[in-house]
Design a protein around this ligand. Structure first.
Ligand code: 4AD
Ligand code: MG
Length: 468
């Protein structure tokens, strides 16, 4: 076969160089045709669109074409011609075909017919080859680019925080331990506690739940930073919105108060959504038509809205009124309650019909590092609540007073001796500062319209599920 430099299908479909010979390589989506002429729909992942390869059955021979079935991988040299069919501008008239690998129709699990998302989760090694997951993973890439571009353009520095840590940032005790100890022969001290001095790091360590604490250290030097990395939570919540391993973006800004923090969060989310509409329209249109007919409208709608800002206390009042009018929630509503997703979604979808930023939560239900308000009861927290998702961002202004912070940490059971380095920032040149965390997969749920978080990350980790 003649060697011709490969063109990606995304570029072939845009090309107007009719009459030239091109090479494309990819995976066969379908092959159909008659005794004389065959049509191969070929996809190489560069776009959701396939290029049509037209083959003369007589030239190639039926035997040669037989193994070119759904899932096979081929390389095609052929002439780019204007397509007579609807939809595509260009197609390729095949001159030479090389078969890299066949896919026996008797055993290849992805056949022409649509498969359920549940079934596709069981073949996570092959699902990127479907239209749906190709679209989702391309959008995932573009969202990562949006995030880096947003912060870079605003003078933020991308700061890498550790994955292995000895401190529980959120203080919720939901950490996966990291150890090289022999679990069959654990050394214990006189009181029966495990002796970690012989462990790899000489102390108990875990996978991080958040890069925030280290991010704050960086903000106290570089001014504006963000992290973007994997985080891990061993919370046993089997919901469509929770993963045990998810990616989080955490900006942290010196001198920002809660107001600037809210504005940053709103600008950031809108920028990402606008980026998706600018860069991923083929894929979004596909998902809109396949799964969620309101997706594009919803994305445009959120861009136009000023997010409603109100306090937790006002939020509870609205929810109590709803209960009084007969609305039934599964979980109780009272001042001090942690809001469940049903409450958040009521505020967003039923009451305000708009994204909501809720602030000033009771201190008991939020993390130790949040700035305490003068009322002695609430902290300067902010959660951004989104339609269909509930909480998409959690953040706060940080407590910058050394005594208040260390006392509150003790109260909340966070051992001060483990976070002495974090507390040091409040001892040396402390400053007001704020930040937040965006769950990357929650953003992707919103942008793709998918209903289950397992479908927006290539290889989901959830309770009892770490295959692939
Ligand atoms: O509200 P969270 O727990 O806040 C923090 O971790 C702070 N340290 C952030 C900060 O202020 N720098 O988590 C932040 C976001 C949530 O709003 C949610 O979008 C996402 O992370 N998130 C999860 N996403 C998927 N699966 C889970 N189990 C998640 N837990 C939180
Ligand atoms: Mg939260």
């Amino acid at each position: 076969m003649e060697t011709i430099v490969r063109t990606k299908i995304v570029d072939v479909l845009k090309s107007k160089a009719f009459g030239t010979t091109v090479n494309v390589k990819g995976w066969v989506r379908t092959r159909r045709g008659s005794k004389q002429i065959g049509f191969i729909a070929l996809n190489d992942g560069s776009t959701i669109n396939n290029v049509q390869i037209v083959v003369s059955v007589e030239d190639f021979g039926e035997e040669y074409l037989k193994p070119i079935t759904t899932g096979a991988c081929i390389s095609v040299n052929g002439v780019l011609v204007r397509s007579e069919g609807r939809g595509q501008e260009a197609e390729i008239q095949a001159k030479e075909i090389h078969i890299y690998g066949t896919a026996d129709p008797a055993t290849y699990p992805l056949q022409k017919k649509g498969h359920s998302l549940e079934f596709l989760r069981e073949i996570a090694h092959l699902r990127p080859r479907t239209n749906t997951f190709g679209a989702i993973f391309r959008i995932r890439h573009h969202m990562a680019m949006a995030i880096h571009t947003f912060f870079h353009d605003r003078g933020f520095f991308y700061f890498h925080t550790p994955v292995i840590t000895a401190s529980d940032c959120e203080g919720a005790g939901q950490m996966f331990q990291v150890t090289t100890m022999n679990l069959y022969d654990l050394k214990k001290d006189a009181s029966g506690s495990i002796d970690y001095t012989s462990d790899f790091f000489g102390k108990q360590t875990s996978l991080t739940v958040s890069g925030q604490l280290e991010g704050e250290l960086a903000a106290m030097a570089l001014g504006s930073i963000y992290t973007f990395g994997p985080t891990f939570r061993a919370e046993n919540s089997n919901t469509p919105r929770h993963l045990a391993e998810f990616w989080m973006i955490e900006p942290e800004v010196a001198f920002n108060g809660i107001e600037e923090n809210m504005q940053l969060a709103e600008d950031f989310i809108k920028y990402c959504i606008q980026w998706a509409l600018n860069h991923c329209m083929d894929d979004i249109r596909f998902l809109n038509d396949m799964f969620d007919k309101e997706l594009i409208d919803r994305l445009n709608f959120v861009l136009k809205q000023d997010f409603v800002r109100l306090s937790y206390t006002e939020g509870i009042r609205i929810l109590e009124e709803a209960v009084a009018k007969g609305h039934a929630f599964e979980f109780p509503v009272f001042w001090g309650a942690d809001l469940a997703s049903e409450h958040e979604r009521y505020l967003v979808e039923v009451h305000f019909k708009c994204p909501v930023i809720l602030t000033d939560y009771p201190k008991e239900i939020k993390s130790f590092y949040m700035k305490q308000n003068d009322d002695g009861k609430t902290v300067r927290a902010m959660d951004v609540l989104f339609p269909k998702i509930g909480e998409i961002i959690g953040g706060s202004q940080r407590e910058d007073d050394y005594d208040k912070l260390s006392n509150h940490a003790e109260e909340m059971g966070v051992p001060v001796k483990d976070i002495w380095w974090y507390l040091d920032t409040r001892k040396f040149g402390t400053a007001p500062h704020s930040g937040f965390g965006l769950g990357f997969e929650r953003l992707l749920l919103f942008v793709t319209g998918m209903g289950n978080i397992r479908d927006v990350i290539p290889f989901p980790r959830t309770p009892n599920n770490a295959g692939f």
